[in-house]
Design a protein around this ligand. Structure first.
Ligand code: 3NM
Length: 209
């Protein structure tokens, strides 16, 4: 599968164990995969590296078996040792060009962006996809900026050629607003990992897209 195929999907799942109602990341990812999610990002800011490594080894097996794209948040070493499909980085992480040197052309690099300038610059620098957010208010990410609003999403949908993922405060009840503006891949963290019945929640979200 080439990189564009690996990124072409409607729902982008992210782990967040502290919002997962006592379930492990493994259990949550199993549910997401069973529900047909095709991209999953491992994002755990507070765990020790050895624990993250062990957890990601298992998640890599699960995602590989299911043909699911597996992305690691921030940690380039972890992505390399577990042979993830790529990494997702923020504006204040290592520069994208340096990450590209380490990962090579075959791996996916996603970059969070919050303005048209950052989006244009991400394309120039060779990002494979961008995150666009936070669209709405979110309490999931600690160092997050104020919502960028729907105008920025609309700008990206109309002007940016690479794949993009809308993120931040997106819930089942507002996902249609995001979809209607041209987002074709949406990420909901707490709405999915915090659902009592993850499969039913995903099916219900999908019925609105
Ligand atoms: N990145 P929820 S917002 C991980 O704007 C992350 O770049 C964001 O969580 C960005 O769906 C976010 O629970 C958290 O609001 C999104």
């Amino acid at each position: 599968m080439n990189k564009i195929d690996k990124l072409t999907t409607d729902l982008y799942g992210i782990t967040a164990e502290k919002f997962s109602l006592g379930r492990s990341n493994i259990e949550v990812v199993e549910e997401m995969i069973a529900a047909g999610v095709k991209i999953i990002q491992y994002r755990e800011k507070e765990k020790k590296m050895l624990y993250k490594y062990e957890e990601c080894q298992r998640l890599r097996e699960l995602t590989k078996e299911a043909g699911v794209t597996f992305i690691i948040n921030d940690d380039i070493h972890l992505a390399l040792v577990i042979d993830a499909d790529g990494v997702h980085i923020g504006q204040e992480d290592l520069p994208l060009e340096e990450v590209r040197k380490l990962l090579g052309e075959d791996k996916i690099i996603g970059l969070s962006t919050h303005s048209p300038q950052e989006a244009e610059y991400a394309v120039k620098r060779g990002a494979d996809y961008i995150g666009v957010g936070p669209i709405f208010k979110t309490y999931t990410k600690e160092d997050v900026c104020d919502p960028v609003g729907l105008e920025y999403l609309e700008y990206v949908a109309q002007n940016i050629e690479i794949p993009f993922v809308a993120i931040g405060g997106i819930k089942e009840h507002n996902v249609e607003q995001v979809w209607d503006l041209g987002a074709r891949c949406v990420c909901m963290v707490t709405e999915i990992v915090g659902a009592e019945d993850i499969r039913a929640k995903i099916a219900s979200i999908r019925s609105r897209l």
